[in-house]
Design a protein around this ligand. Sequence first.
Ligand SMILES: *Cc1c(COP(=O)(O)O)cnc(C)c1O
Ligand SMILES: [Zn+2]
Length: 417
Amino acid sequence: MSYIEGLKCRICGARHPVAPVAICEACFGPLEVQYRFDQIRAHLDRGELVSRPQSMWRYAELLPLEGEARTGQHTGFTPLLRAGRLGERLGLRHLYLKNDSVNHPTLSFKDRVVSVAVSKALEFDLRTIACASTGNLANAVAAQSAAAGLSSFVFVPEGLEQAKIIASQIYGANVVAVRGNYDDVNRLCSEVADRFQWAIVNVNLRPFYGEGSKTVGFEIAEQLGWRIPDAVVVPMAGGSLITKIYRGFSELQNLGWVRENGARMFGAQASGCNPISGAVKAGAQEITPVKPKTLAKSIAIGNPADGYFAIETIRSSGGWAEDASDEEIVDGIRLLAETQGIFTETAGGTAIAVTRKLVQQGRIQPTDLIVIAVTGQGLKTTDVVNFVSPPLIAPRLGDLEHLLSAEHSRRAEVVTL
Ligand SMILES: *Cc1c(COP(=O)(O)O)cnc(C)c1O
Ligand SMILES: [Zn+2]
């Protein structure tokens, strides 16, 4: 019941058979999956789909597997929640949060892309899974490989948050730190892909992997009652997620399930690593790589693989991109936690901080129906907020009364690099 037609080059349009390759032989452009949309339209029924189990796999026909998902069967269909208190603070009347900080099983949206990639690796009979990662992808690859009974290698840049290392090693993954930044790790992984018969989820399996991110867009539309929001704010690293959410909306339009895809796509980066938002703001067509220097490590990619397409999606949709300082990012984390009771990591804090700027700039209107993608979990990046010991008292009411009368409004401080 597969609807995959093949792979197609995003630059020259050349067709390629379905295989673990990501680059066009003719022009070195990136490949993407082509579907038989006429057949999907004829067979897939919206009414039937909504009665399926609540995971990303209810959209299986729009994902690039031949058979069933082999891991991550419970991934996706995360809450879309109305954020009234945060909206009030930001001056937005119709604000929603897509909360992938509680995505199953490793608490970031990366479980979606890995669920597709590991299942696809098994279809290709590749039994070692690998990735180049800034942390969250490593966690998802390690966990889902373990669940599928496969061995894994995850390559990360040096100096990553300890929680993200532990949350990869615990599954028995081979974690290798590489001297340098993410872009050095990625370059090494391209050479590894040529040498070993491994499924490197974001290298040779990249065309399939990226498709998993479309489900964020499918779910947002479904959870809004088959409606496309006016604006979506998305943290950007390699620039894939933002393009795939938009693609997801367009595919639903293509199926006739929603009205026109009028979403304006807004990208968020850290000012210390802003190759995509910098290009958008400067009116540039191409990415100028940067050297990352930010505490938002999960989105610190200086030479983004999908940067060009992210710029194109942002521009053609009528959106914009902005970046936030480390201090603004931590303020964003705190604002979300204090208003909505959701603890996100630095990438989510970046999206909150950038939304605030976009409202101030008048690029997002108070009456817009807007969705912020909260992509990861705060417990993985606790190092960005200082630990403050809580006041210690004896188990006596008098001590508590004394404490309450004293000044004790202590808060975590921003850690500066
Ligand atoms: C990877 C990641 C992103 C960005 O994803 P890209 O598709 O690489 O742009 C955003 N948020 C979190 C938490 C991530 O781990
Ligand atoms: Zn090509």
